[in-house]
Design a protein around this ligand. Structure first.
Ligand SMILES: [Zn+2]
Length: 274
């Protein structure tokens, strides 16, 4: 037999080595387990409810209730509050600038028709063309004053192109004007409208008669038609004869120019724009 210090015999430990006092402090294991399950369940419940908005997250830093910041950038409009009016985004609108090309017939190339007294067609054309350009620019148009064989004609794009010419001095008693477009037009209805507008307003402004019978291949197969962009409506005008219509062409070029401008405006801006 082994003798222990103190001479007292110790109470044997229980099966799991626990002392009776320890069993008393831990309490009933069934109560502890229930509390753990309750806490876990509460956590799950809270996790389910928070996204519904029934519970709000309180920011510990501010200590006050905060509405969640929307990540999508959508504004939160309180029910019953004033309806937010979206500020209209006003784009910087550049008003369309009308563009036209005016060919001063024969310029940069040759004299054109020459009268016995020395009057040259190129001079008559140039004076009229410059006045047409000035009037259109006054309206805010962008206008290119082009020479007869201007390199800019290659692929030229505009709302309209008009070549200005005058008829010769060789037919005494001949009067009137002519307007024509390409015989093989890519945009015949557009160009017919252009021709129609110019005929209407040029006749109205100058009093000259439209002479459809003397339109030549020079007008319907005019070189510029084959150089410009095929979507640019183009036409050519013979403003009158340098002999019998001289009083108008030389002495009243502003009237001639005005008639042409009114025709171009009718076509490009519309009848009401005139
Ligand atoms: Zn000519």
């Amino acid at each position: 037999m082994v003798k222990q210090a103190g001479g007292t015999t110790q109470k044997p430990r229980g099966q799991h080595g626990k002392l009776p006092s320890q069993e008393r402090d831990a309490g009933n294991p069934w109560i502890v387990g229930g509390m753990v399950r309750f806490l876990v369940g509460l956590t799950f419940l809270a996790a389910l409810i928070v996204p519904t908005g029934l519970l709000r997250i309180i920011s510990p830093a501010l200590g006050s209730e905060q509405l969640p910041t929307p990540e999508s950038g959508l504004a939160i409009i309180p029910l019953g509050g004033p309806t937010a009016t979206p500020t209209p985004v006003v784009a910087e609108e550049t008003p369309h600038k009308y563009r036209a090309g005016i060919i001063a017939g024969h310029t940069g190339s040759d004299s054109g028709a020459v009268c016995p007294d020395g009057l040259q067609e190129v001079t008559v054309n140039m004076v009229i063309a410059q006045q047409v350009v000035a009037l259109l620019e006054e309206r805010g148009w962008e206008v290119d004053l082009l020479e007869e064989f201007d390199p800019r004609l290659n692929g030229y794009q505009a709302d309209a192109l008009l070549s200005i010419h005058a008829d010769s001095c060789v037919y005494p008693g001949k009067t009137g004007f002519k307007v024509a477009r390409a015989e093989s037009s890519y945009i015949p209805s557009d160009e017919d409208a252009l021709v129609g507008c110019i005929v209407k307003y040029y006749r109205g402004r100058t009093g000259l008669e439209f002479d459809a019978n003397t339109i030549t291949f020079d007008m319907t197969r005019y070189h510029a038609y084959y150089e410009i962009d095929r979507n640019t409506p183009a036409a050519i005008i013979e403003v009158g004869f340098m002999l019998d219509d001289r009083a108008l062409l030389v002495d009243r070029p502003e009237l001639v120019a005005q008639g042409i401008v009114e025709g171009l405006v009718c076509f490009v801006e519309g009848e009401e724009g005139r």
